[in-house]
Write a protein that binds this ligand. Structure first.
Ligand code: C5P
Length: 227
């Protein structure tokens, strides 16, 4: 087993990013947001005026860009061709197109390879790494020492997403956010390559009724148990 790797998967709005970062920070671990990688490639696709559904062109863009991922849980930067795009990749345009881009097999192969390299580099240092995404426990790090699959009701997820959007200055009413969350879940779960799915050996944690602090507490218990 790859000790030192915590894999956190699940759909959007489960609080995954917040708890992954807090967990990494409290463990003194590195942190990798794989969703930010698919978002950054999507931003490059949109900037190149390429149709996100055109797999051949999307692959060409993905191969041409330089992506550098920061792994500091307190402020993980995402650099696309030398410029930080951490804020821009959260916009509605990117969110609307990312599922199509992430369904392209060649994009996934490139990014999974990059993700594994980041994990290997982190394992050379003390503290390990917390990796969040959709396919970490199933594909990226199937040997992770701890795998957690976060879930929450679709209402709770839509509420959290729109609260987060509003807090960060993006428009987002609950109804349209709910529609977006459901659309993205359907695409992410239904795609042919690495669909969103709980690994057989992942611990499922339903966060519908839990605050961030309670989720962190549960995760710490799981980390201690797995040693
Ligand atoms: O986690 P986040 O919402 O930022 O992810 C954005 C999108 O990136 C997801 O909806 C999914 O399409 C894709 N993704 C993925 N595999 C991952 C992480 C994200 O396909 N490991």
């Amino acid at each position: 087993q790859l000790r030192g790797v915590v894999a956190l998967d699940g759909p959007s709005g489960t609080g995954k990013s917040t708890v992954s970062r807090e967990l990494a920070s409290s463990l003194g671990a590195r942190y990798l947001d794989t969703g930010a990688m698919y978002r950054a490639v999507t931003l490059a696709v949109l900037r190149a005026a390429v149709d996100p559904a055109d797999g051949v062109e999307v692959e060409r863009v993905a191969r041409a860009v330089e992506l550098v991922m920061g792994t500091d849980p307190l402020g993980p930067g995402v650099a696309l061709d030398g410029t930080d795009v951490a804020a821009e990749i959260r916009g509605a345009e990117v969110t609307g197109a990312v599922s199509a881009v992430s369904a392209v097999a060649a994009v996934r192969e490139l990014l999974v390879e990059h993700q594994r390299a980041v994990v290997r580099a982190a394992l050379d240092q003390p503290g390990g790494i917390v990796v969040e995404g959709r396919d970490i426990g199933t594909v990226v790090a199937p040997d992770a020492g701890l795998k957690v699959f976060l879930t929450a009701s679709s209402d709770a997820r839509a509420l959290r997403r729109s609260a987060q959007d509003n807090a960060e200055g993006r428009a987002g009413d609950v109804a349209s956010t709910r529609a977006d969350v459901q659309r993205r879940d359907a695409l992410d779960s239904g795609r042919a390559v690495s669909p969103l799915r709980r690994a057989d050996d992942a611990v499922e944690l339903d966060t519908t009724e839990l605050g961030v602090g309670e989720v962190i507490e549960q995760l710490h218990k799981l980390v201690e148990r797995r040693g």
